[in-house]
Design a protein around this ligand. Structure first.
Ligand SMILES: Nc1nc2c(ncn2[C@@H]2O[C@H](COP(=O)(O)OP(=O)(O)OP(=O)(O)O)[C@@H](O)[C@H]2O)c(=O)[nH]1
Ligand SMILES: [Mg+2]
Length: 331
């Protein structure tokens, strides 16, 4: 149905940012993963545009509603509509195709500043990545996927079982360790700072490139748990002054605007350096990525588009928007 609006879009995406066979598969997976958000946001907007002969303010109002219902957020939506409205006044949006293109351009521009892939370029051994976030956000799963991603990049990776609260947390991480064929440092008697101390020493002794540290899920309101996280950071820094090199906040996209609130609170409490947005598959609230980009101004390092080991993708705003606007495939 959106074919005329998407003319050349697929080809463009494949030429501009997707050149190798591997990245074609990547783009396909991303497109599939974003299906529900595309249906809730882009297809809705596309249908609105298709139904109108003239582009006018009332169409922009309908688009505004569609953006808001996909969790794009008030601030981003206002910005987009104000922009489109002024383009309309300047007679730059004469047809549906121009409006469609303007919307994509605006969305891509929003994601440009937060498209900053994780580069593990430190001379330190190991490069330490601390995973934080609320219960069930996807921290442990992301560690499992990230370990795979880093190993493909020829990095030697070790895991630290820093979630000492939940009964099955260590076993869950050990399963990911086995899947990746890598060591998991745990300490059934110790608290999280003690585990991290052991893991740092083990990773140094075995010349690991990267140490991925799991932590227990927590809310910013749980004072003792937030203090524990600060202590974990101090223990790591004592053994390696620049570490942790990255504090990755894992956010569940399916909780929509709540993810934004959590992120603001974690950022203030523990100094987040990057984001992972999980569960973009199976949610229609993927528009939250735009709100997060605008409000937090933190690099979005990776996105999760499934539960499998391959379902973590380095974030790229241009690809993300291209996948959102891609034609529905029947494959
Ligand atoms: N569909 C989908 N599910 C995901 C994704 N990431 C994680 N999950 C699922 O979300 C659930 C929670 O993931 P965990 O990794 O255990 O979350 P956690 O943040 O470690 O949770 P706690 O340890 O309890 O704080 C699991 O069932 C995962 O398989 C994703 O990108 N897509
Ligand atoms: Mg966990």
């Amino acid at each position: 149905m959106l074919k005329f609006l998407n003319r050349n879009k697929k080809e463009q995406a494949e030429v501009s940012s997707v050149s190798t066979e591997q990245s074609v598969g990547f783009f396909k997976k991303l497109t599939q993963g974003l299906t529900r958000t595309r249906q809730g946001l882009v297809s809705k907007v596309g249908n609105l545009i298709l139904g109108k002969k003239v582009i006018d303010e009332s169409l922009l109002e309908d688009i505004e509603e569609a953006l808001l219902s996909a969790d794009v957020g008030v601030a981003v939506t206002r910005g987009i509509i104000a922009d489109l409205s002024s383009q309309l006044k300047r007679k730059q949006l004469n047809d549906g195709e121009a409006l469609w293109a303007a919307l994509q351009t605006h969305l891509q521009a929003l994601l440009l500043p937060v498209t900053q892939p994780l580069h593990i370029d430190s001379m330190d051994e190991p490069y330490v990545i601390l995973m934080v976030g609320i219960n069930g956000a996807g921290k442990t799963t992301t560690i499992g996927k990230l370990a795979k991603h880093l190993q493909k990049d020829h990095k030697k990776v070790m895991l630290a079982a820093g979630d000492t609260f939940r009964a099955a947390a260590v076993e869950q991480l050990q399963v990911w360790g086995e899947r990746n064929g890598i060591a998991v440092i745990a300490n059934p008697q110790g608290d999280s700072p003690a585990v991290m101390y052991d893991a740092m020493q083990a990773a140094k002794a075995r010349h690991m490139d990267v140490l991925l540290a799991d932590t227990a899920g927590r809310l910013h309101t749980q004072h003792n748990l937030m203090e524990e996280l600060k202590k974990v950071k101090r223990v790591i820094a004592k053994l390696s002054p620049n570490a942790p090199h990255e504090v990755l906040l894992v956010l569940d996209a399916s909780i929509g605007q709540n993810a934004l609130t959590q992120a603001i609170q974690f950022k203030e409490a523990v100094g987040v350096t990057g984001l992972v947005i999980t569960k973009l598959d199976g949610t229609a609230k993927g528009g939250i990525v735009f709100a997060i980009a605008k409000e937090l101004q933190l690099p979005i390092r990776f996105i999760g588009v499934g539960e499998g080991i391959e379902d973590l993708k380095p974030f790229n705003g241009e690809d993300f928007v291209a996948a959102l606007f891609a034609e529905e495939s029947n494959e």
